[in-house]
Design a protein. Structure first.
Length: 210
């Protein structure tokens, strides 16, 4: 069997141990890892955010050392909240929004050191028939006209009806009450609530099919 060409990784949220368990099975596969955003916040283990970020940076800087083709990290709403909280003279409400969504303020010194990395995080990636994005897309709007807030925050109407784009959208952001993967013809939702469920989903995909 040929190795998968892409492995989508759902919302990690500081689950460093879970991430490490899942990563090892994909080393030396020749695949590209695509993180769908929300690497940070709500970590259920001590120093989880820092450990996740440092591991991802390590992989991204030298993917070939782990037998990977590449490592792509998309922007999630939690990375966006962090960026707003780090802004010079950030409004109190931006800082409070980040903190009340499970942030660890101890992460700020490290985040400021790597602020340029956070600022360059893309919102989408296209690989063959798949569109990878953190939250989803607004139905019936062309990809180039999508609002960035929708790409990292949307739930409805994306979750309840077809989007009309010529891709299967692979996304995180919203998990089901049973923590299962959602597989529909137009979208695949792989956030399985790792910080609550103890299940981090890594989904192997090929651009020509699943």
């Amino acid at each position: 069997m040929n190795p998968p060409e892409a492995v989508a990784i759902g919302d990690v949220h500081g689950c460093a141990s879970l991430l490490e368990q899942e990563l090892t099975q994909h080393f030396d596969s020749g695949a590209e890892l695509i993180f769908l955003g929300d690497l940070i916040d709500r970590a259920p283990e001590a120093d989880g955010d820092r450990r996740v970020l440092e591991r991802v940076w390590q992989l991204q800087e030298n993917p070939g050392a782990y037998g990977l083709a590449a490592v792509t990290v998309l922007r999630g709403n939690h990375e966006q909240m962090l960026l707003k909280a780090m802004a010079p003279r950030a409004p109190d409400e931006d800082v409070e929004l980040w903190l009340c969504n499970g942030a660890n303020p101890d992460l700020l010194p490290l985040a400021r050191e790597r602020q340029a990395w956070f600022e360059q995080l893309p919102y989408t990636a296209i690989r063959g028939r798949y569109l990878f994005v953190h939250a989803g897309v607004r139905p019936d709007i062309r990809l180039e006209h999508q609002a960035t807030d929708d790409l990292i925050w949307i739930r409805q109407p994306f979750l309840s009806r077809p989007h009309g784009l010529p891709y299967t959208v692979v996304h995180g952001h919203t998990f089901r009450h049973d923590f299962k993967v959602t597989r529909l013809p137009h979208r695949i939702g792989i956030d399985t609530g790792a910080y609550l469920s103890g299940v981090l989903t890594c989904l192997a995909l090929s651009p020509s099919g699943r």
